[in-house]
Write a protein that binds this ligand. Sequence first.
Ligand SMILES: [Fe+2]
Ligand SMILES: [Fe+2]
Length: 148
Amino acid sequence: MNKKELIARLNWFYSLELQQVDLYTAQSKHMENTYLSRTLARIAVIEQQHVDNIAAELRKRDAEPTRLGTVVAPVLGTVGGTVTGALGPKVVLKAGIALEEKAMQDYKDFILRAGDSQLFHLLWDNLIDEDLHTAWFINKLQELEYRH
Ligand SMILES: [Fe+2]
Ligand SMILES: [Fe+2]
């Protein structure tokens, strides 16, 4: 991957991570379930760390982090309730799983193609965080589905 492609890809991840922050923060505010609300808020903090670490990599390469248009709408569909959490915890968790799985797939692809040893550790760290989020969402969803 040449420098221009690398920067375009980093900006794509920068936008994806920003949207994760926005989504989880909005959902957190609308969840009645305290444990779910607090977990979403905590995950949003971790997504903000991803935003910051990707932004730092862009600046290291003399590129200004740039927010692209919506990059996750195709994953989430454009259901407003999904974003606000108005459709309830199960839909929120399912949307989270879809989003995290997309992020994980893209991180794996980027790790293989970036060809940049400096980026390697950072991409792995972010990937593992997304995997932990996915695991928690799946676990919580199973708990809710078992209960109701
Ligand atoms: Fe993330
Ligand atoms: Fe995540």
